[in-house]
Design a protein around this ligand. Structure first.
Ligand SMILES: Nc1ncnc2c1ncn2[C@@H]1O[C@H](COP(=O)(O)OP(=O)(O)OP(=O)(O)O)[C@@H](O)[C@H]1O
Ligand SMILES: [Mg+2]
Length: 337
């Protein structure tokens, strides 16, 4: 199980000619809680710049944590350093949007895949070659791929190499950061299905980061919606798509038609307007208040906590209950006798 508690990642903004002095901070991640049970997939969604990748990097400690804790399988990753951190990191691997940028163009596929096996001393001698073949098979690449270089492959195949490299370290948790966003739509489903198959075979836990709500719906068990460094809503994928309770989620989903005339009427008003405010200077109170169609005075001054509004359904909105009532399907006919 992965548990992230009150995670904050603030990047300092510095200014100065001879001496840098800190004049502010980009609050890329500002108090995030996440829980992913073993073998489950959590989808992390939100607009560009809301802090999704920074959450992924912070779990792996690829960026310094300002505060908060990250625990995976009883190991507090956020407390480790040096060799202990390197050892623990093997269990958590990342898959990136652009495998081309993360694969060394001068290494052939065999050495790309053999490297993590050697680094972590998972196999020796001829067993390494056997393992490379096994990895190629598991991601659906031909064995002849071993002698070829990244540029010789299509985008979808390159992402399969990226997945095989992540698997080479024998992880339990995979952080997939927009793993199919750079691929043709026709290829996206194949790669998502491959990830789903591998999860079942290898009992993997996924943090699946994407701005594409349709893809996340397909693969995720639970979904967390992020806005300007914070989680604004989290629940099962089923509930998130059928009964969104946060105005931001409603806006994100507003392109999806809802079979209810009352919701249909409000839907048009929930289209998201304006840009994401700067995380260096976030709005007061509820960070979404500058773009929210339901905004009231309280939202400007008081930051709403992420709280359980309905069973198993968390939202950070002062008026989530009212929104829940307004979106509840009403009986089509009067049922009084
Ligand atoms: N190393 C850094 N130094 C300073 N600011 C950073 C750094 N990395 C990210 N940021 C800022 O933090 C915020 C969140 O960035 P992040 O990459 O996590 O967003 P994202 O949700 O992954 O966006 P996208 O969908 O575009 O990938 C952005 O405002 C970004 O400019
Ligand atoms: Mg990103």
């Amino acid at each position: 199980m992965l548990t992230v508690r009150d995670l904050k990642v603030h990047f300092p903004i510095t200014k100065g000619v001879f001496f840098d002095r800190v004049v502010g901070a980009v609050r890329a991640v500002d108090g995030v809680d996440l829980t992913i049970p073993d073998g489950a997939t959590l989808g992390l969604v939100g607009e560009s710049g809301c802090g999704k990748s920074t959450v992924g990097k912070a779990i792996l400690r690829l960026v310094p944590l300002t505060s908060g804790t990250v625990r995976f399988d009883d190991v507090e990753l956020s407390a480790l350093h040096g060799e202990a951190l390197r050892t623990a990191r093997r269990k958590v691997q990342m898959i990136f949007q652009d495998p081309y940028a993360s694969l060394d163009p001068r290494q052939n596929v065999e050495s790309i895949l053999a490297e993590p096996i050697r680094t972590h001393a998972l196999r020796k001698g001829a067993a390494i070659d056997t393992r490379v073949v096994e990895l190629l098979d598991s991601v659906g690449l031909p064995r002849t791929a071993a002698g070829r270089y990244p540029h010789e492959f299509s985008g979808g195949q390159r992402q399969r190499i990226g997945i095989a490299r992540a698997l080479a370290a024998e992880p339990s948790l995979i952080i997939a950061d927009e793993p199919v966003s750079a691929l043709d739509v026709s290829i996206q489903a194949q790669v998502v299905n491959l990830l789903a198959d591998l999860q079942e075979q290898l009992d993997l836990t996924y943090l699946f980061i994407s701005h594409d709500l349709a893809i996340v719906r397909h693969i995720a068990d639970d979904v967390a919606v992020m806005y300007l460094g914070g989680i604004v809503e989290t629940t099962s994928a089923e509930l998130l798509y059928t009964r969104p309770l946060h105005p931001y989620t409603l806006a994100l989903l507003s392109a999806v038609p809802i079979p209810d005339p009352i919701v249909e009427d409000t839907r048009r008003r929930t289209v998201l307007e304006g840009d994401l405010p700067s995380p260096a200077n976030p709005p007061s109170g509820c960070r979404f208040h500058t773009r929210c169609v339901y905004v009231r005075d309280r939202c400007v001054t008081e930051r709403p906590e992420l709280r359980e509004v309905e069973p198993g359904h968390m939202a950070a909105c002062h008026f989530a209950e009212e929104i829940a009532v307004s979106i509840s399907p009403r009986p089509a006919v009067d049922q009084r006798p």
